[in-house]
Design a protein around this ligand. Sequence first.
Ligand code: PHB
Length: 395
Amino acid sequence: MTTRRLVLTRSAALVGAASTGLLLPEIVRAQSSKIRVGLMLPYTGTFAPLGVAIENGFRMAIEQQGGKIGGREIEWFKVDDESDPSKGVENASKLVQRDKVDVMVGTVHSGVQMGIQKVARDSGVLSLIPNAGVHAATRGLCSPNVFRTSFSNSQPTLALGKPMMERGLKKTVWITWKYAAGDEAFEGFRDGYTKAGGTVIKELGLPFPNVEFQALLTEIAALKPDAVACFFAGGGAVKFIKDYAAAGLKDKIPLWGSGFLTEGVLEAVGPAGDGIMSTMHYSDSLDTPRNKEFRLAYAKMFRQQPDVYGVQGYDTGLLLVQGANAVKGDLSNKQALYKAMESTTIDSPRGKWKMSKSHNPIQDIYLRRVENRENKVIGIAAKQLEDSGAGCKMA
Ligand code: PHB
């Protein structure tokens, strides 16, 4: 009885307050409160430049909207995840429980992403993946509140085999860091390459983020394959490209890779990078007004050339802005928010793309060649490629 009377009394008071306009400040405060954005990215270690590029791109997209998301200002929270999978759950929990973020943006490393995925699924907080390609995030462990704006790990490498075989490269050695990203990139490579008729004669690997390549390069020289294909990125990619050239392999055995190998590293590797062939969902030299305008704005804002990571960060910002605008900044209207994000078209510097049913981009994969410190497009290696999304059942 007491409870009921209290409720009645309160609602009567509310009606009274509303009619006199006393409630207004409350409502205004609720609608104009800031959106809490949590960035969980690597700011130290071999992937640090990737984290910075993603944050740059993300901020630029929002800056271009007057610094607001769905009409609301932003309060920023940041965690350096160090690309350390053992701290993934703890770091994501800090953002969700301590900082009470409305949205998590992260991360780069597939192992760390598994921690974020757990926290996202348990808490229901919106989670935007601006890089990490781990299959589970948009396959078996997919979730309505998780959206990836980058790629799945096997997406870029699926397209490598055909152009390699067209160039008569029938026997290949694969080399990578042994963790989810390298293993799943290999899955894509093996499937595409063997289907095109190629043979993987040896799989080589080393633990992430190890860069002691010497013994493995000696083994490659002895195996004399037609080509080498690989997955490396960030600081490790710089070292691999330089060591490959220094070992005298550059002009003997063509080097191919998932395009991350040559992203954000071309200034650092110089001529050692020339001639590397790769497949990727972006290329610096895409000759479209959208890409040119993006590259100019990014270079102006950050005094640095953008790479694929900057593009992915930028697209993450576009997705969030478009979703939030559709619900007028009310991110708690989840059904409408997710629906808007599922159906929107992202007008990206990489080309326009949409989400697959399991929330991963359906996108063109370009064939590229490094020339004069630039990733030049040679053609389209796969048109509108969609990840299988195998095992994804959205609730
Ligand atoms: C990953 O761990 O998923 C990953 C990291 C760096 C890349 C691509 C994928 O460049």
